[in-house]
Design a binder for this molecule. Sequence first.
Ligand SMILES: NC(=O)c1ccc[n+]([C@@H]2O[C@H](COP(=O)([O-])OP(=O)(O)OC[C@H]3O[C@@H](n4cnc5c(N)ncnc54)[C@H](O)[C@@H]3O)[C@@H](O)[C@H]2O)c1
Length: 413
Amino acid sequence: MPTNHNRPHAPRVGVWIQGALGDIATTMMVGALAIRQGLNSTVGMVTRIPPMDALDLASLDQLVFGGIDIKPSSLRESALAVHRSSRTFSHDTLQGVLPGLEAIEADILSDRDFSWRLRAPHDNAMPLADVVARMREHIRAFRARHALDHVVAVNLVSAEPRAPESDALQRLDAFTAAIAADRKDLITSSMCGTHAAFLEGCSYINFTPNAGAGFPAMQELAERERLPYYGNDGKTGETLVKTVLAPMFAWRNLQVMSWEGVNMLGNNDGATLHDPDNRVNKIHNKESVLKEILGYNPHAGVDINYVPSLGDWKTAWDLIHFRGFLDVPMTMQFTWQGCDSILAAPLVLDMVRLSEFAARHGEHGAMRHLSGFFKNPIGVNEMAMHLQFDMLTQYARRHLRQAGKKEIGGSVA
Ligand SMILES: NC(=O)c1ccc[n+]([C@@H]2O[C@H](COP(=O)([O-])OP(=O)(O)OC[C@H]3O[C@@H](n4cnc5c(N)ncnc54)[C@H](O)[C@@H]3O)[C@@H](O)[C@H]2O)c1
């Protein structure tokens, strides 16, 4: 049994990252080290506000990072590149964490064989069964090397094209058969990563717009292995604001006629999403939140444009055209200028802590209390941010009650 939560010491928690050299992954590791060393505060982490801060969550000191990527690079290089292109962390922070990043380096593997295109499945010769076996070996070795009590797998790979509908997505036996038959036209690389993670007893978070654990075959496996999971597609910018603002229009009976959004970003994610095949899931996730909150579908368009000079700094410009009493039309516009990785990285740390906590408490299946972290939350139709946040605070309070703890202004008695 890969998970051992009965040890008397504070658990050592592995964070196994698919896409470990990307901007979010790099920023997350830089951030965790910087906070550990007292170089930066924990602002931006939801688990540091009440009542979540009163839960017995793993501390950042307990986290051990590792993972895979397809880029032939190093964590040090990735951190220098993020610093150069976006200046999101200071030179002092970077210098302070470099020795820590170098210590993680041995646990970050680069493997081109973990990449193929659904449209050109024969580009990659390694059979899927071998891909999954190798991914599993990597997780197993990581767990053994660091004597980890539990591993949380996090999907942070680039956006992938949407896999075609097939039985492989519907049933675990068909998924397993598709792996055995090397059906790279049906199965994406990050699906193999999810499969490997569940088979190795990991809890699982999918921050990407990719399939993750959002399809029945993978949920069947997670249920069989009694593991907690959640996703899809982190909610960090435009959609976050949308799901906070849209309830206001609903509560005032102001009818939204059009809600148009243009997103401009210049990081690797922006470059990947420039390809129409790669942005299908993302656009769908961004568009679908309004119907659930408003109860009708306004005219809504979402554009994603790649603007290299912006680096990791995303600009979202939204125009909301609505009408009020006597059908008078009015307009609201907002401009969101956020740094993508700085918004995303602390949420991933939050969810790693909450996933390990869930696993330690024997919880399995979809962690619906994490819905507020995602654009397309699995098994939750509620899209309004405040109600999703309530789900998280209620979850925390239930656990605090069960543990006989009282919340007092953010501390615990
Ligand atoms: N930043 C945000 O606010 C935000 C919000 C929601 C979702 N996301 C999603 O999070 C993911 C990561 O974002 P990012 O900005 O770090 O992107 P990024 O492009 O900087 O990083 C992605 C990394 O994944 C690697 N990769 C690609 N295919 C792989 C594979 N098959 N196996 C292993 N590694 C692979 C790439 O080499 C790259 O290093 C993207 O899918 C993005 O759409 C980001």
